[in-house]
Design a protein around this ligand. Structure first.
Ligand SMILES: [Ca+2]
Ligand SMILES: [Ca+2]
Length: 451
């Protein structure tokens, strides 16, 4: 377990470095191992059977875990799911119908996963029926198919809303950076009426979607540009957190490019800014470099995380405005324009992203006492975010449950006292000193922590 020495606490006070911005809470609770041997658990939900229902992204399974003893029962192997080694695709979001095991004939479980379509990889959402006698998921029925997919920024979180609709986050697919730097970010691109009529969902990336349970477009979905589609809100980069609070308000996280991870209050018809804006529209430490529009063609340019070549057009945050723009409730690690992203010499070019200040928020869960709980991939920590009583504002986050792991998702038991945390199987995180490491304390594990 990580701890904060008095010396480092004093150093934090003195220099107020970004990593110290969220004070750690004292407390007697410790992190315990519940179950091991999971292949990149991605989404974890507390079920009415008092089991944790877990998707395994690379394992291409849905596994039920008994939190009392860690026993694992495979409910489904997704034969047509595909996963790229090291990629963000695979078996992703899971949502349970509220009538599951309620004796109403609606023992339904919704699952999102990547699959091989004729013309490349896509994502679909499928409804399965749970057979409690055999403890397996059967009778797959497609809800929606043909959603975009790539190796990066899938987001892929699925929720059953209090309004009886499905909500799904779909990321910007990792466009405009790293190996995909010549792809254009389509998070602001709106589907046309002709596309909706044709069932063409190819412009849904970088959005939050809202679907009827049969996959159709709800009649009360918002219109964007005069067109009603599955799109509920636009302008996201990698929205891996999605949570309905008991109030019915919907919250989500987004991962910033190097700064400005976000917690957002999600409302229909709103624009959350990406890629024009990261965090607030404040012109701090982010400009949008449009690599695909490079003067001599994108391929003529070499991608660089820090220097934008003169031939690559750029847009400042303040160059863009939209009345629907909705700033985040909270940002994590907003830094100033002169922040040196290369200053941390503990990272090399291959691990630079680990040293950039953002925590890489990876999930969101309602916590006790009107809080939200967000996991971090780069910190192996859960951030506890207090909300105001009306849910419209949030206070400063505090860190709990620190370990050297990549935290992927959480679930809370019905008492609200025990928090379960699922960890990635591999990848980089930061150790207690903030140094990048790929030695994870508990890879592919479900941990518990008493709140
Ligand atoms: Ca945003
Ligand atoms: Ca900003």
């Amino acid at each position: 377990m990580k701890g904060v020495s008095p010396v480092s606490a004093v150093v934090c006070l003195l220099v107020l470095v970004a990593a110290c911005a969220s004070p750690r809470e004292p407390g007697p609770s410790e992190v315990r191992v519940v179950a091991t041997g999971l292949d990149d658990p991605y989404e974890m939900v507390w079920g009415p059977d008092a089991f944790l229902w877990v998707t395994e992204k690379s394992g291409r399974r849905v596994t039920r875990v008994d939190p009392a003893n860690g026993r694992k029962v495979v409910a489904l192997t997704v034969d047509d799911a595909v996963h790229t080694t090291g990629g963000q695709d695979g078996v992703l979001g899971l949502a349970l119908h509220p009538d599951l095991l309620g004796g109403k004939g609606r023992d339904w479980v919704y699952l999102a996963h990547t699959y091989e379509a004729g013309d490349g990889r896509r994502t679909k959402i499928v409804r399965y029926t749970y057979d409690p006698a055999r403890q397996v998921l059967t009778s797959p029925s497609d809800v929606i198919t043909g959603l975009v997919s790539s190796v990066d920024h899938q987001s892929g979180k699925l929720r059953f809303g209090p309004d009886g609709r499905l909500y799904y986050t779909i990321g910007d697919q990792g466009a405009n950076q790293f190996g995909l730097y010549c792809e254009t970010i389509e998070a602001q691109t709106l589907p046309t009426a002709a596309q909706v009529r044709a069932g063409d969902w190819s412009d849904y990336q970088g959005k939050v979607l809202r679907l009827d349970l049969d996959g159709s477009v709800p009649g009360d979905n918002p219109e964007f540009g005069g067109v009603r589609s599955h799109v509920y809100a636009v302008g996201f980069r990698n929205a891996q957190g999605l949570a309905f609070a008991p109030s019915g308000l919907l919250y989500g996280t987004d991962q910033g490019p190097k700064t400005d991870d976000e917690v957002n209050l999600l409302r229909p018809g709103k624009n959350y800014g990406w890629p024009h804006v990261a965090g607030h529209r404040d012109g701090r430490a982010y400009v949008h470099a449009r690599w695909a529009e490079a003067k001599n063609g994108c391929a003529a340019e070499t991608f660089d995380d820090y220097e934008i070549p003169p031939a690559v057009p750029r847009t400042e945050e303040t160059d863009w405005d939209d009345p629907a723009f909705t700033p985040p409730l909270v940002t994590f690690e907003t830094v100033d324009d002169d922040f040196d992203f290369r200053a941390d010499t503990r990272c090399d070019p291959a691990t630079a992203f680990v040293c950039w200040p953002t925590p890489a928020l990876s999930s969101l869960e309602p916590g006790p006492g009107g809080t939200l709980l967000a996991t971090s991939l780069k910190d192996g920590a859960v951030y506890r975010i207090p909300l105001t009583s009306d849910g419209e504002k949030a206070g400063a986050a505090t860190r709990i449950a620190d370990t050297v792991n990549r935290y992927r998702d959480t679930a809370v038991d019905p008492t609200g006292r025990t928090l379960y945390i699922a960890t990635d199987g591999a990848g980089f995180t930061r150790d207690a000193a903030g140094t990048p490491t790929r030695v994870l304390a508990n890879p592919g594990t479900i941990l518990s922590y008493e709140l």
